[in-house]
Structure formats: structure tokens, C-alpha cells
Design a binder for this molecule. Structure first.
Ligand SMILES: Nc1ncnc2c1ncn2[C@@H]1O[C@H](COP(=O)(O)OP(=O)(O)O)[C@@H](O)[C@H]1O
Ligand SMILES: Nc1ncnc2c1ncn2[C@@H]1O[C@H](COP(=O)(O)OP(=O)(O)O)[C@@H](O)[C@H]1O
Ligand SMILES: [Zn+2]
Lengths: 250, 250
């Protein structure tokens, strides 16, 4: 397996750091973590973009409440900007209805991911975050092989099942030579609003141990917070004031 | 798009009913629902099998605590049987380590799914359940196009995000002429063990409304139950005594 050439970004993109967020397992909160990371970096004054590479299950536009179609000009596709100025590119913005299915096989998925890098005019960004779909198939593989990634953030949750699939993602990154910036555990516990009891719905936390065993930095735990789920649903994740992610020192 | 020929099952398979379980969105509990459905049908005396078509994120074997390699004989591959006699076929059973990543692109994924139907000697089954991966890509497409499905069970959770992606799955089934047996909502609420408060962590339930709007039968709600997560992690889902799924009257 010779090394695959990294693709060049559009002439109109100047991206300082490129990081992907992956979990392998769906539903652990990978897109939410990508969105929260972008919000935090943007609040610190960085210019941030998100590439939604979850082609058949894109949820980033809805979290930010954006619906406009990206403008496609002669020189490239312009990403859509959120209320606080984060640039977003997602296939869901190109569909007539957000609940239309994208019934694509691998080659089309890989093609779309490549185009999000080569044809989108991202402009000047300090950070571009790539939200990867679950699994270790076409989209994660294309991103890791063809994009010049600086690193990967891995998101897990407390269950053994999630940990097993997260280990697959970590092994995949190792095989493809992509450094891992850190592991975050999401949905670690919920707090009862009435009596304050901590409910560990998905079992004891394993994030710290898994990070130690796989030799990646542990970036912390995020609790289940109904307010976060609400803001994701109402498209206002930029207003989240709860626990913010520890800044990646990549 | 001409109609695609349905594939023939192995000579050594006699399957009465074939149903797939889908969500579109990862992490809503689709694999858990597939497993619980199989356990319930098996307790009622039916002969049941599960085909784990989530090729890059297979979690069925771990839920049942099975690790043996399927025997591959001249006439076909024999599925592995669980403690209570449910037949299981999953790519994770063919890997040396369960946390090895399967880094396959679309064509290989579609090929494996076809082989699980044409080359596995399922024997006589009343029900074969197919656990689909998240998204609307190669594996769900291959199953809906190439396998003679009797119907589809759709699993959702309360968030708008999950509902949006579940609608994609329902539209996809409609486009491919696969009947929908019903919609189940999972993780509807958690109960505080200390004070009995119901926590709607992911917002108000939407399952019934979505089922009504999309014209599919509503099969009920499943609460978050830490004991279920525990049994999934310990490979003992066959011992679950909590809320069992309403039987599909298909
Ligand atoms: N810490 C959390 N607290 C509450 N809800 C969360 C949390 N993390 C994620 N969610 C909710 O769970 C759902 C799934 O999260 P998502 O980020 O889409 O997962 P993934 O991208 O891993 O499939 C979202 O609707 C989100 O609102
Ligand atoms: N109702 C529930 N109560 C508690 N835990 C659940 C419930 N449903 C699913 N889980 C847990 O959530 C995790 C994800 O479920 P899974 O079935 O793998 O989702 P999917 O197949 O949709 O990705 C599993 O580890 C499972 O133990
Ligand atoms: Zn309480």
C-alpha cells in the first residue's frame, strides 16, 4: 500500500490546523463535541470551520440552526456562516429537505468528502474541524488518507460496547499514521434535578483507563445535560454555557 | 433504475420471516432493540437468527457474549449459537481481536452483506433479524435492494436530531418499496433510583407523533435502564427481564 497523495485544498482556503473528530460508535455525542469544540475555539477569537463529513447522517447544520444553501460560484463553493461566524459545509445544506435521505454508495461518499476539501473556499481559518460518521468505512478512510490531518480527537462513552468500537478507531488512526490529540468521554453521568443524585446510566466511567491503555491524552468527561440536548434540537448550540471542552493544546 | 434481482439464500437456509432493524442515526439503541427482539421471539419458542450487517461497527456478538469463530465448511458458513440458541453471524466473529478495525470501502461492505445471506447456512428459522448500521449507505442499500425483506423496524430516540435522521430512513424504505412494520422510541426517560423522578434527558417523547405523521404503527417506548446497559456490556442480554418489546404482529 503505497502512500496516497494528500489532496490540495482550494486556492481560496488557508487553514492553519486541521483536526477530525471520530468515535467509531454512533450516538456517543461526536457531532455535539465537534460543535462544542468549534464554539469554544470561536469564543476565544479563533476563526473556525466545520466540515460535516457524515454524508448520510449529517447533523451539524441543525445544531447551529443553519438552513441556507451554500453559494456555488465559479471559483468554488462558499460555506455557510453561523450566527457567531463559524463556517459550515454539509451535504444536508445542499438537499431540498433536511430529512431527504442521501442513498449513496462508497465511491460517491468518498467523492463528496474530497470535494468538501478541494472545492470549498474556506477562506482563512485557524481551525477546521471535520466531523466523521460512525464506523471505519469510506468517509473516515478518505479523510485520513487524503486530507493533511494534524490530529484526531476521539469521543467515547462509558459502555464497554462504545469502548470496543473506539479502540477500533484508535487502531485505525495508528495504521494510517494520524496522531491522536486526545480522548473525551461523553455522557459520563446525569444529575437528578430533584435530589441531585448522580446517575451513571451507562456504567462506570472508563475514559481515563482507556486513554492510559492506548497511550492517548485524556481530555476529560462531559456529563449528560438535558439543556445541551435542547439547544442542539433548537439549533442554538452556540448559546451553551455548560461544561466547555478543555482546549486542545494541539 | 430497473429492479434489482433479489438474491437467493443458501440452499441450507429456510427462513420464514426476514426483518431488518434500522435507525439512520447511530447510538439510539438499534442493536440493543434487535437483540431484545430476538430474545423475546426466542423465549416464545420461535427459532431466531441475527445477521449483524453493521460491518465496521458490529456489536451484536458482544451483547450475547459470543466469541467463537463461525465454522466455514464446504457447503457454507455456520452461524454461531448463543446460550439460548439464537443464531448469530457477524464480521466481528471472523476477526482475530474484537477491537480490530474493519477498514473497508463500500464495495467490500456490500459484498460481505450479500455473503451473509447467500453463503451462511442459517438452517430453519422462523425469524431472521438484520441489524443495520447507521446511515443510508452501502449496507442498508444492499440489504433493501438484494434481500427479500418482509419489513423494517425503525428505532428512534426523543431528540429532534434523531427524528430528522429517522425520517430519512423511513423515506429510504419508501423509495425502495420496503414496508415498515413499526417505529419504536428508545431512551425515552430515565428514572432516578433515589427519588423516582422521571428524567427526560433527551427532551419530550416524539415517537408517537412521528409514527402518526409518517403513517407507521407506533410500537411503544423503551426507557433508559442501566441494567440493560450492564447486561449488554457483560454479554448477558439474554437475561434481561425489564420492559420487553411489544411483539411485532407481522
Ligand atoms: N452530554 C450530552 N448531554 C445531553 N445530550 C447530549 C450530550 N451529548 C450528546 N447529546 C445528544 O445526543 C444526541 C446524539 O449526539 P450526536 O452528537 O449526534 O452523536 P454522534 O455524532 O456521536 O452520533 C444529540 O441529539 C445530542 O443532543
Ligand atoms: N434503553 C436503554 N437503556 C440503557 N442503555 C441502553 C438502552 N438502549 C441502548 N443502551 C445502551 O446504549 C449503547 C448503544 O446502543 P446500541 O444498541 O449499540 O445503539 P446503536 O445500535 O443504535 O448504535 C449500548 O451500549 C447499550 O447498552
Ligand atoms: Zn432523584
Amino acid at each position: 500500500r503505497g502512500t496516497i497523495e494528500k489532496l490540495k485544498a482550494s486556492e481560496l482556503s488557508q487553514i492553519d490546523r486541521l483536526a477530525a473528530v471520530m468515535s467509531g460508535k454512533g450516538g456517543v455525542g461526536k457531532s455535539s463535541v465537534t460543535a462544542l469544540l468549534a464554539v469554544r475555539l470561536s469564543r476565544q477569537g479563533f476563526r473556525v470551520g466545520i466540515m460535516d463529513a457524515d454524508i448520510t447522517g449529517p447533523s451539524i447544520p441543525r445544531m447551529f440552526g443553519v438552513r441556507e444553501q451554500p453559494a456555488s460560484l465559479g471559483f468554488g463553493i462558499l460555506p455557510v456562516r453561523t450566527r457567531t461566524g463559524i463556517s459550515i459545509m454539509s451535504l444536508n445544506l445542499l438537499l431540498p429537505h433536511e430529512d431527504d435521505p442521501v442513498i449513496w454508495r462508497g465511491p460517491l461518499i468518498a467523492g463528496a468528502v474530497r470535494q468538501f476539501w478541494t472545492d470549498v473556499a474556506w477562506g482563512e481559518l485557524d481551525y477546521l474541524l471535520v466531523d466523521l460518521p460512525p464506523g471505519t468505512g469510506d468517509a473516515p478512510l478518505t479523510v485520513m488518507q487524503s486530507l493533511p490531518l494534524d490530529g484526531l480527537v476521539v469521543v467515547s462513552s462509558p459502555q464497554d460496547l462504545a469502548v470496543m468500537v473506539v479502540r477500533k478507531a484508535i487502531k485505525m488512526a495508528g495504521m494510517l499514521g494520524v496522531p491522536i490529540l486526545g480522548l473525551l468521554e461523553n455522557m459520563t453521568y446525569a444529575t437528578c434535578p430533584r435530589c441531585g443524585e448522580k446517575l451513571r446510566l451507562f456504567g462506570p466511567s472508563q475514559g481515563e483507563r482507556v486513554a492510559r491503555e492506548t497511550g492517548v491524552p485524556f481530555l476529560g468527561e462531559i456529563p449528560l445535560d438535558p439543556h445541551l440536548a435542547e439547544l442542539c434540537d433548537s439549533g442554538e448550540i452556540e448559546q451553551y454555557e455548560g461544561v466547555m471542552l478543555p482546549l486542545l493544546s494541539s
